[in-house]
Design a protein around this ligand. Sequence first.
Ligand SMILES: Nc1ncnc2c1ncn2[C@@H]1O[C@H](COP(=O)(O)OP(=O)(O)OP(=O)(O)O)[C@@H](O)[C@H]1O
Ligand SMILES: [Mg+2]
Length: 291
Amino acid sequence: MVDESSNAPPDPIAAIGAPQEQNLAEILSEVEAVGSPGLQVPLLAAGGLVKHFGGLVAIDHASIEVAKGSITGLIGPNGAGKTTLFNLLSNFIRPDKGRVLFDGEPIHQLQPYQIAQQGMIRTFQVARVLSRLSVLENMLLASQHQTGENFWNTWFKQKQIAAEERQQREHAMTILDSIGLVHMAHEYAGALSGGQRKLLEMGRALMSHPQLILLDEPAAGVNPTLINQICDRILTWNREGLTFLIIEHNMDVIMSLCDRVWVLAEGRNLAVGTPTEIQTNAQVLEAYLGQ
Ligand SMILES: Nc1ncnc2c1ncn2[C@@H]1O[C@H](COP(=O)(O)OP(=O)(O)OP(=O)(O)O)[C@@H](O)[C@H]1O
Ligand SMILES: [Mg+2]
């Protein structure tokens, strides 16, 4: 990413100042080199993303990479385009330009549910739970590739369906236990607090054994005790092999969780680096103070 002909220091924060096309070229060349010894291909890589809403440029040639096994942060002032970037990464909305590669494969032709089946699940800034279903039912809805989804199987494979359902229930109860919601399993999801809904969304994401979870502000509106619980869970799941991309305004959460942080401002990449580097980056501080 560093321009050899300039005097720019070879650090990633300076490098993000390079033209966006160069970032994309580098991301894509890394991805094309899948299998090269010693080269860590990002689990998620996006480059040159552009999204207009009418006259507003919400995303302006933005790039991002998420290394496999990492907890990567995405921060930026209100309205910077973070949620829109999540929507583009998960194909909830289509980019005007740019590419997204998940596990080395372009995913622009896939529907969001197909992307979820490939192992990338996202949660929403305002947790989306089905209030009139129980907490357990909310979890079970996330199960994928069930034999009982096929009409004929409901007639001819009843034993297999019953066994799968038992297995899914056990899996759901284990996850609910790990997020401290097992005692609420048979309550309406509508009875949960905002923080508990966020935990339920995360738990539901785990039901389909994803590789990567995109969390949009997991700590927003959540009390400090529950924030600690959420952070502990994320760290545990990460140690077990899950990769995370997390949007968050709470810098304590970013500092305690993230290996690497991308900063977005006015739809553009502003900086990338470790949480400590980002905290002391003058451009980042200016973007936040200028809000
Ligand atoms: N569907 C939409 N139609 C029109 N404008 C939109 C739409 N979605 C987002 N925007 C605009 O795009 C810009 C980026 O919004 P976005 O929600 O991505 O920001 P954000 O970084 O997630 O902000 P916050 O930290 O407040 O959640 C904002 O100006 C927003 O008003
Ligand atoms: Mg947002």
